[in-house]
Every structure is written in structure tokens, then in C-alpha cells.
Design a protein. Structure first.
Length: 181
């Protein structure tokens, strides 16, 4: 059975976007980006909300000269993508389909059937998956910055006991925390 993994780069005060919707402060340096690539390597399917998909589709055509960025783009293009949206009419990446509703039973079946792990991306969609008990692991990459508000990385109103599985500190002060839910 595949694991459903939520991974997010967040500010130390717990936001994936600031109050203006910005997240440039979250851009990983080469060391962190290479680590994230290794986290993403076992992922065979990405589950996205519309806004996260529209951000991530950049990787469909990225031809960056940087080997770490190029590696990430190759990983992203190789994976299946499912976009949950009631408004998106078409997708602009290969291996991508649209689902109109987030269905917990369908996600459980996907986990049972998948030969590789599945990632849920986007704080809102991940929040739904966490609230419904679907997420098996949570990876938080915490950036040493306070943004004071914006879009929360983790859902409000959800109580869940977490077990710390691993942590890592980077030269830049970024910290990775891996939890089992």
C-alpha cells in the first residue's frame, strides 16, 4: 500500500504563503532543493488543488541549466498528476487529469492500488486529506522567517497526534521535520 505524504515548505510561524500570497522567501537553496528532490524521488502521483497545480506546472517546460532544478523538473514530469478543481477546464501538462470532487474513498483506493507513494500538495487540499485521516506522513521544511500571517501550512480545527520520525538541519537554518500521522 502506498503512503499519502503531505510535504510543504513553510515559514517558522507556519505559513506557506504570506498575506499577499507571496512565497519567494521559501525558495530553497541548492542544499535544501537537492534534499527535497530526494524526498520527491519515490513519488509516483501528485494530488493538487487548482492553485497549487497552476504554480507547479512551471516544471512542465522548465529547462533550467542548474542540475538540481533540472532533476526536480524531470521527477515532476515523470509523475502522474491529479488536479482537484471544479473550475479548471483543461490541463497544460502531460500525465495529468482533472477530478471535480475530492473523494476520500477514491483516495484510499488509489493508495491501495498505487505501486509508489502519493503526494498531496497545496495546503487546502492537504488540510482536507489530513482532516479525513488520509495522510500517512507530513514533511515540513521550515524556513527561518516569520511572515506574520497568510495561508496556513496545516489545517485549523484538526486534532492529530504526530510521531516524529526524522529531522534534519541545513546550513541555511532551514529545518526538515518528518512526522507520521
Amino acid at each position: 500500500m502506498a503512503r499519502l505524504i503531505y510535504a510543504a515548505i513553510a515559514s517558522l510561524d507556519g505559513y506557506v504563503e504570506d498575506e499577499q500570497g507571496g512565497f519567494e522567501w521559501a525558495a530553497p537553496d541548492e542544499e535544501v532543493h537537492a534534499f527535497v528532490n530526494e524526498l520527491e524521488r519515490p513519488i509516483g502521483t501528485y494530488l493538487y488543488g487548482r492553485r497549487m497545480y497552476e504554480t507547479m506546472v512551471y516544471w512542465e517546460t522548465d529547462d533550467d541549466d542548474d542540475p538540481v532544478a533540472r532533476d526536480y523538473g524531470q521527477l515532476w514530469r515523470a509523475a502522474e498528476k491529479v488536479v482537484y478543481s471544479r473550475t479548471l477546464e483543461t490541463v497544460s501538462s502531460t500525465k495529468t487529469r482533472i477530478e471535480r470532487e475530492f473523494d476520500a474513498a477514491a483516495i484510499e483506493q488509489m493508495k491501495d492500488d498505487a505501486p509508489t507513494d502519493i503526494s498531496v500538495g497545496g495546503a487546502e487540499l492537504a488540510g482536507q486529506a489530513i482532516a479525513q485521516g488520509l495522510v500517512d506522513e507530513c514533511h515540513l521544511v521550515l524556513v527561518p522567517v516569520l511572515v506574520g500571517g497568510g495561508k496556513r501550512a496545516l489545517p485549523a480545527g484538526v486534532h492529530a497526534e504526530l510521531e516524529l520520525l526524522d529531522e534534519r538541519r541545513f546550513r541555511s537554518g532551514v529545518v526538515h521535520l518528518r512526522y507520521r500521522l
